[in-house]
Ligand binder design. Structure first.
Ligand code: COA
Length: 259
């Protein structure tokens, strides 16, 4: 892989988009490599959390590749959107938690990759925005849907229709960003600490909790509560639940095997 680096640092993996000269913009090859990276970490039992970041200090991902999009047909544009959505959905649907470590610009497709993660950490100089309508196009990698689900439709419309870029602290006040750090080094060390802390929990429980939140969100409250109860029941069929509950009673740390 040329544009994406995957580092497995048990118990987590770090995926770095590595196209620094183009501010880590997403062309087809980079999206394909990111999808392959998500597949690699999904299938590695040593990985219990995943951090996604961008190479360099300037950008997380400055969007989909504008040079590529300049020459595509409407049909190709549809297929490009589906490809980007499929990447984002593979992260949302993954059994592993994904943490976006946003250093610098997260624009368009970059904001969409961050929104596809379970939560977002950022450097103080991070900037989030959807510039698409200024280019005469619209967000196509899930942004119109996922941003609305995080901040509500009014704020999503405000950000997408005005193309206003917001800094990390403002994104935090809107509930987009969970935590802000001064430097990229601090961002990454804190992301790794948080990933390690998550990895101490039951892996199946982590994946079920994520599923309950993501898949339950668009159901009616009645269906969503039944869905939660179903997954609660599934949790009790695991060795991890037996171990976690027993370890508490025995006053020791649980040893989870992800079964
Ligand atoms: N697609 C393709 N190339 C991109 C890109 C993108 N989304 N974003 C940045 N680049 C490229 C630039 O073309 C430039 O390449 P060059 O050196 O070969 O000319 C390089 O990355 C550096 O970007 P540059 O614009 O010179 O940096 P800057 O600091 O002046 O501006 C941004 C930074 C992020 C404000 C600016 O690059 C930008 O507006 N990018 C596009 C953002 C966008 O609209 N994204 C959504 C796309 S749907």
């Amino acid at each position: 892989m040329d544009n994406v680096i995957v580092e497995i640092e048990k118990p987590y993996a770090v995926i770095t988009v590595n196209r620094e000269k183009k501010l880590n913009a997403l062309d087809v090859a980079t999206i394909d490599e990111l999808s392959e990276a998500v597949n690699t970490v999904e299938n590695n039992d040593d990985v219990r959390a995943v951090i996604i970041t961008g190479a360099g200090d300037k950008a997380f991902i400055a969007g989909a590749d504008i040079a590529f999009m300049q020459s595509i047909t409407p049909k190709e544009a549809y297929e490009f959107a589906r490809k980007g959505q499929s990447l984002i959905y593979s992260m949302m649907d993954s059994t592993k938690p994904f943490i976006a470590a946003v250093n610098g610009y997260a624009l368009g497709g970059g904001f969409e990759v961050a929104l596809g993660c379970d939560f977002i950490l950022a450097t103080d100089n991070a900037k989030f925005g959807f510039p698409e309508v200024s280019l005469g196009i619209i967000p196509g990698f899930g942004g119109t849907q996922n941003l609305s689900r995080v901040v509500g439709k009014n704020t999503a419309r405000y950000l997408i229709l005005t193309t206003q870029m917001i800094k990390a602290k403002e994104a935090q006040s809107l509930g987009i960003v969970s935590n802000v750090f001064e430097t990229k080094d601090e961002l990454l060390s804190n992301a790794k600490e948080i990933a390690t802390k998550i990895a101490e929990n039951g892996p199946v429980a982590i994946s079920l909790a994520k599923k309950a939140i993501n898949d339950g969100f668009d159901l009616s409250i009645d269906e969503a509560l039944k869905y939660e109860a179903t997954l609660f029941g599934v949790a009790f069929s695991t060795e991890d639940a037996k171990e976690g509950l027993k370890a508490f009673i025995e006053k020791r740390k649980p040893q989870y095997e992800g079964k």
